[in-house]
Ligand binder design. Structure first.
Ligand code: ZN
Length: 133
């Protein structure tokens, strides 16, 4: 059902400071940034091989990324797997009794269609499904 790791989502306190590390030390390159209002987050994309690192900074104190950092500190927040058809994937997971955070696809950064699965159903990992054109 899933075809590749689309990206790895990393929660950070300060996007600008973090980018210095990724660009100047690791030699990766940020190709785009975007504010996703609905998720109260500013996102930076750094491609690596055929996948990407997605750095996430909260734009609001009560946003999901701010809450994540408050509870668990900075670090890997989710893994996104690519799917060809997200509606089909969601239907299949529901049928199998997998707990979903999103029962319908929603807008993701970069124009993707995304849906999150609940970590209680995935052995502790917040999994994002991601469909791109
Ligand atoms: Zn993501």
């Amino acid at each position: 059902m899933v075809t590749k790791i689309d990206h790895i989502g990393i929660a950070v306190k300060n996007l600008e400071e973090t980018l210095k590390f990724y660009e100047e030390i690791l030699g990766m390159k940020c190709v785009d940034t975007e504010v996703v209002e609905e998720q109260k987050v500013k996102v930076a994309f750094l491609p690596i091989g055929d996948t990407e690192v997605e750095l996430l900074e909260s734009t609001e104190e009560d946003g999901p990324i701010a809450k994540f950092i408050e509870k668990r500190g900075e670090g890997i927040q989710h893994i996104a797997y690519r799917v060809d058809n997200i509606e089909e994937a969601i239907a299949r997971l529901k049928e199998k009794g997998i707990r979903l955070i999103d029962e319908k696809p929603r807008y993701g950064a970069g124009g993707a269609k995304i849906a999150f699965l609940h970590p209680k159903s995935t052995f502790g990992v917040l999994i994002e499904l991601c469909e791109r054109d």
